[in-house]
Each structure stands twice: as structure tokens, then as C-alpha cells.
Design a protein around this ligand. Structure first.
Ligand code: EPU
Length: 427
């Protein structure tokens, strides 16, 4: 398999038509690792994070922590952070632009310095993504919040407990509030919180550091402490990478085992794969068996956890584009998260978009062509489409994919896929 084409960023060249078989290990979760890294800013003691994936977003978070005056050492999948000597409370534009999750520095910096200056992240290709709920929480906690020249300035006189109800469910908003309150003495109450496994992994870490946190339904009761200690923590497996690999196996009519997964985190994904005709079986607390094909159309509504994850919507769309019958996908979390549909249509998919609804009429075959990644999960869906397409598919701009999938091409190759990375043309 060869391609002589060259692109300004790395691309994948995929020869479709192989059936995936075998066993694959899932990496640690990116979206769990990021808030845990920011938790290290809350203490002067050393913090050890295990099973950290080797990803661009993790490197960007390391760059931000270093910029603030923290230090870190990486040894394989283990990262050790030390924030005993923080010098700055500013998250600059250049870094926040690279990674929106940099807003997670707000809570820890405000708790540690009583002030913070964090660049506004702005919208991105999947939606406007405001941070009004983060700011509303900090205001309720007594902070003065102002926005000037693209920066949010926060300042608080003293750290006081607070009761706050989120207007809507936000993952990083909940994480920012939990990070802050873990250093606030006294009893705080947060209502209407996100319950994603990544949020609960952060709760585990904050408890190891000395905060008392109880979560019941969508309410968290937090009793923080000014004297938080260090921690050693192994991050949870990446449920979205696991889901992506499960869909890849199912849609190629293959059969395989995933290791380092938590089946409990994948309930809605397993439900939909099973409904589509695939077989999924949890072997143990960390192993899943998947067998394709997936052949029945589905109706999917993306929802907050434990509902169907928005981060799996694009991958299911790729799968459903060749499932006979009519499937319907409703994207309820992000208003612009259907960019991949346009690229899938270039490959022959029959998809009609009406606002937040996509109607997918299964076609017999997709055809390989050149398609462009527009965001992290969209890129994954195009790779999956390439695996089942007739002929060769080139997926360009895979820097989006590299932000959140650790060596996906190697994992797919291990399962038998014909996929090569075409390095960017260096001019
Ligand atoms: N929202 C507001 N105001 C806020 C916060 C959120 O209106 O103050 C809206 C958002 O615009 C969106 C919805 O609420 O429409 C949910 O957004 P949320 O805040 O939950 O998303 P996030 O925290 O920015 C995290 C993940 C995303 C994942 C979403 C939803 C991280 C670093 N990012 O984003 O992951 O899609 O939760 O589950 O944890 C990805 O990995 O590809 C990714 C985008």
C-alpha cells in the first residue's frame, strides 16, 4: 500500500475492506488526565499520575503548568508534578488557544493565589462553547470577575463555602468548581453537576488529597481544606477510545477483545451496539469482547452521562452510513457537531442534516477519497469510514486526531487494518 501524495499536516492513508480481529489495549483517558493534572496546582506536595496517554493535549497542559512555575518529570506513562514553587497565575492566550481545557487552571489558581488571569477560550468547530457557567460559579463564590482584552480576571478576598446550582450540565464547569472548592474550608453544595466518569475520577483524586466530597444524584457536597496533600493516581481507561475501537471492530464485521476498559463506563455505547446487531460481552472488570456485524439502523440522542456520549456520535454516524435502513441521530450537546457528515457525504454517504438532527440512509458501500478532519471525533469517524470504504481513503489534517487518540493507527494495524501515516510535507 503506497501513496505519493503529500500534505501540509500528517494524514492517514487507508485501504478499506479488511476485517478487524484480535486484541487491543486501550490507553488512559485524556479527559480524565487533564483535570487531574490541574489538581496538582492545589498542593505543594508531589503528585503522581499513572497511565497518562502520550498526546498533544497532555503536552500542552504540561506547557501551561511549566509556564505557571510548576515542574514535571515524565517516565513512560507516569507523570510526576511539583507545584511547590508557582510563580504566575496567568494562563496566556498562546496556550489556551491550543487547548480549551486550559480553563481548568482557573479554579486551582484562584484557590491558590486568590486571583487568576486566564485567556478566554472562544468557540471552536463544534460550537460556541461559552464558559458562562464557570464564571457564574466563581461570582457566586465571591470572586470579582471581569473580562478585558480576551482575558478573564478573577479575584477573591477570602475563600468561602458556597451553594450553587448549575443552569446546565457542564463537564469542565463542574471540574473547575470542584477543584476550587477542594481548597475552601467549610461545607459547599454544588447542584446539577456532570457525572461523567472523568469528573468522578477527579473526585477520587481530590479525596486522596484530603478534600471530603460526597456525590449523590447530581449533587456534590464538598468540604475542602487549605492543606491539601499530594497523590498517586492511575487514570481511568479512555471510554471514548474504547468505544471508537468497538465500533471499528463491529462495522468491519470483525471480532476482538479490548483490554483496559471499564464496561460500566460504556453502558449507552454497548446498548446501541447491541441494538445494531453486534455482540458485546464484558469478560471482567477490564475486558470486553465485541463481534460484528452491526446491521440494524438506530435512533440516537446524545445526552450527558449516563446517556449516549456526544464524543461517540460521529463514529456511530460512520457505522450507520452503511447499515441498511434509516437511522436518526440527534445531537443535543453541541450545536455544530455534524461537520463529519459533509466529509462522509463525499465518500457516498446519504445524510440529510436539519438543525440538530441527522437522517442517515444506509448505502451499500462508501467509496474512498480525500477527506478532511475538522475536529477530534470527526477525524475518528473518517478513519472508521475509510476502513470499510471501497478503495483508498486519505484523511488529512489528523493533528485533530493526534490531540486525543494515542497512536490510533498502530492500534488499528494491530487489529489488521491497512493504515499508514503520511508525514507532513516539510517545506
Ligand atoms: N456550556 C455552556 N456554558 C458553560 C459550559 C458549557 O453553555 O459555561 C454548554 C456547551 O457549549 C455545550 C454544553 O454546555 O453545549 C456541554 O459542554 P461541557 O461544558 O460539558 O463541555 P466541555 O466541558 O467543554 C467536555 C469534554 C468534551 C466533551 C464534553 C461533553 C474535556 C476536556 N472535554 O467538554 O470532549 O465533548 O465535555 O461531554 O473534558 C473531546 O474529547 O473530543 C471533547 C470535545
Amino acid at each position: 500500500m503506497t501513496s505519493t501524495a503529500s500534505f501540509s499536516s500528517d494524514a492517514f492513508f487507508i485501504e478499506g475492506g479488511t476485517t478487524l480481529r484480535g486484541s487491543v489495549r486501550v490507553s488512559g483517558s485524556k479527559n480524565a488526565t487533564l483535570p487531574i493534572m490541574f489538581a496538582s496546582l492545589l498542593t505543594e506536595e508531589e503528585c503522581t499520575v499513572e497511565d497518562v496517554p502520550d498526546l498533544l493535549d497532555i503536552k500542552t497542559a504540561c506547557e501551561l503548568l511549566t509556564n505557571l512555575g510548576a515542574s514535571y518529570e515524565r517516565s513512560g506513562k507516569v507523570l510526576v508534578f511539583n507545584a511547590s514553587d508557582l510563580k504566575s497565575c496567568e494562563a496566556p492566550k498562546e496556550i489556551v488557544r491550543k487547548m480549551r481545557a486550559s480553563v481548568l487552571s482557573m479554579g486551582p489558581l484562584l484557590a491558590r493565589f486568590k486571583k487568576a488571569k486566564v485567556a478566554l477560550p472562544g468557540g471552536c468547530s463544534i460550537g460556541a462553547r461559552p464558559i458562562d457557567q464557570h464564571l457564574k460559579f466563581f461570582e457566586r463564590a465571591g470572586a470579582k470577575v471581569s473580562i478585558k482584552e480576551g482575558y478573564v480576571f478573577l479575584e477573591v478576598e477570602s475563600l468561602e463555602p458556597v451553594e450553587f446550582t448549575f443552569d446546565l450540565i457542564t463537564v469542565t464547569g463542574t471540574e473547575n468548581a470542584l477543584l476550587y472548592l477542594s481548597r475552601v474550608e467549610g461545607r459547599s453544595v454544588l447542584r446539577n453537576i456532570a457525572l461523567e466518569p472523568e469528573v468522578m475520577d477527579l473526585v477520587e483524586v481530590l479525596k486522596k488529597m484530603g478534600a471530603k466530597i460526597e456525590v449523590e444524584d447530581r449533587t456534590a457536597i464538598v468540604e475542602g481544606s487549605e492543606e491539601l496533600g499530594g497523590f498517586t493516581h492511575r487514570v481511568i481507561p479512555d471510554r471514548i477510545e474504547a468505544g471508537t475501537l468497538m465500533v471499528a471492530i463491529a462495522m468491519t464485521g470483525g471480532e476482538g477483545t479490548l483490554e483496559n476498559v471499564n464496561p460500566n463506563h460504556l453502558g449507552a455505547v454497548i446498548e446501541k451496539l447491541t441494538e445494531s446487531g453486534a455482540k458485546v460481552k464484558a469478560f471482567s472488570e477490564s475486558k470486553l469482547y465485541v463481534k460484528g456485524p452491526a446491521y440494524k439502523p438506530l435512533t440516537i440522542h446524545t445526552r450527558e452521562y449516563p446517556g449516549f456520549p456526544t464524543d461517540m456520535q460521529a463514529q456511530f454516524m460512520a457505522m450507520l452510513s452503511v447499515v441498511e435502513g434509516v437511522s436518526q441521530i440527534y445531537e443535543n450537546i453541541f450545536e455544530k457537531r455534524f461537520q463529519h457528515a459533509h466529509e462522509l457525504k463525499k465518500m457516498g454517504a446519504d445524510i440529510i442534516l436539519e438543525g440538530r438532527k441527522a437522517t442517515v440512509k444506509g448505502v451499500e458501500k462508501l467509496k474512498g477519497t480525500v477527506v478532511k478532519s475538522t475536529d477530534l471525533r470527526a477525524s475518528a469517524s473518517l478513519v472508521l469510514a475509510g476502513l470499510i470504504a471501497e478503495g483508498c481513503t486519505t484523511v488529512t489534517d489528523i493533528y485533530h486526531l493526534d490531540r486525543g487518540y494515542e497512536r490510533l493507527e498502530e492500534k488499528l494495524k494491530g487489529l489488521g487494518a491497512c493504515i499508514e501515516r503520511l508525514p507532513a510535507l516539510v517545506s
